[in-house]
Write a protein that binds this ligand. Structure first.
Ligand SMILES: Cc1cc2nc3c(=O)[nH]c(=O)nc-3n(C[C@H](O)[C@H](O)[C@H](O)COP(=O)(O)O)c2cc1C
Length: 191
């Protein structure tokens, strides 16, 4: 077992996956780890939509692209990253899920005030737990504008009263993933 600090510092967002499937047992393990995240008033306002079906993942990715492209268009002049991402989204055949074998959407209970933060906590638990087991992961916020469409979310099987908070992909790494730089945050000490 690796040390927790090592797990935190070496987790990376993975965008290249091998064909190897994530077993249902490992998916249950990740969801079990999510359960132990802190939540406001211990409300645990989360549920999980596990998507292993390639056609459904493709459909979400295509809807994601459709919703994201007009949002990014105005940013392409100001950010090279936005411009590059736009090219990726417009390229036929690319997947917003990078061909990962599984997508788990963490859904938050809309009537719970802290649901967004609680679900983000659960997401980090899952991504760290995946890394500890040799799996890669990535939060795919880019599909959230598409998942905000309640009709579409319902079509996917989300229960009533939920919103999509954290779309996460998991799988096994194809190659190595470099760590993007980290800035020194501003820290103010009041002593
Ligand atoms: C809220 C959120 C949304 C994100 N959305 C995307 C996304 O749509 N596509 C993607 O490839 N990565 C996405 N990421 C991953 C970030 O790009 C990544 O965390 C960041 O570049 C730092 O890299 P690291 O996770 O390897 O440390 C997202 C991360 C967060 C926390």
């Amino acid at each position: 077992m690796k040390d927790i600090v090592d797990i935190i510092k070496t987790r990376r967002s993975v965008r290249e996956y091998s064909e190897k499937q994530v077993s249902d047992e490992d998916i249950k393990f990740l969801i079990d780890c999510a359960r132990f995240a802190p939540s406001g008033f211990n409300m645990q306002p989360w549920s999980f939509l596990v998507v292993k079906n390639k056609d459904v993942m493709r459909k979400i990715s295509e809807q994601g692209k459709k919703s994201m492209i007009p949002l990014l268009e105005p940013m392409k002049g100001a950010s090279k990253k936005a411009a590059d991402f736009l090219v990726f989204l417009k390229t036929k055949g690319t997947s917003m899920f990078y061909d990962a074998p599984v997508l788990i959407i963490i859904l938050g209970n809309k009537s719970v005030m802290t649901a967004d933060w609680d679900c983000a906590m659960a997401a980090q638990n899952m991504m760290l737990a995946a890394h500890s087991k040799g799996m890669g992961s990535c939060w795919i916020g880019g599909v959230l504008p598409a998942l905000m469409d309640e009709k579409f979310l319902k079509e996917l099987g989300a229960p009533e009263g939920c919103k999509a908070v954290a779309p996460l992909i998991f799988g096994y790494l194809k190659g190595k993933t470099e760590m993007p730089g980290r800035a020194e945050p501003e820290v103010k000490w009041l002593r």
